[in-house]
Design a binder for this molecule. Structure first.
Ligand SMILES: [Cu+2]
Length: 149
């Protein structure tokens, strides 16, 4: 088993729901873009790194919205279309990036309660191996390069 930092191990020990102590997931740059008042959904983005030696898979995301899904984006004739997927593989030793126009978390059912810059969205990522991994998405100003969300 690959050793990680003491801090990470200590955090992991505190996470009673984790099924396998070898699996270490770290999340960086978790963010969501502000949404228009009429938006029905907003996208969540982050980098997921698996520093362990066991392949893992993000299978669901829980947050305080009517529905939260994992989406990918497919382009057909230059038109982006989002598709609901079952999960995202995070192989051992690799980093998977969720970004606009690609894989993302979709916070759904925003009607009348848009994501606003400066707010945060606490969420729980559920992994097959690592179990529950808490994360906080920072809501930031919309990046024009990220226009399809
Ligand atoms: Cu989506």
């Amino acid at each position: 088993m690959k050793r990680t930092t003491l801090a990470a191990m200590a955090l992991f020990t505190l996470s009673a729901t984790s099924a396998f102590a070898e699996s270490v997931i770290s999340i960086t740059d978790a963010k969501a873009f502000e949404t228009a008042p009429s938006a029905l959904a907003g996208g969540g983005f982050m980098q997921i790194t698996n520093t362990g030696t066991t392949d893992d898979r993000l299978v669901s995301v829980e947050a305080d919205f009517p529905r939260v899904e994992i989406h990918t984006t497919e382009f057909t004739d230059g038109v982006a279309r989002m598709m609901h997927i079952d999960g995202i593989d995070v192989p051992a030793g690799e980093t998977v990036t969720l970004e606009p126009g690609a894989l993302h978390v979709m916070f759904m059912g925003l009607q009348g309660d848009p994501l606003e810059e400066g707010e945060t969205v606490p969420a729980t990522l559920i992994f097959e191996q690592a179990g529950e991994v808490p994360v906080v998405f920072n809501i930031v100003k919309r990046d024009m390069a990220a226009h399809n969300h």
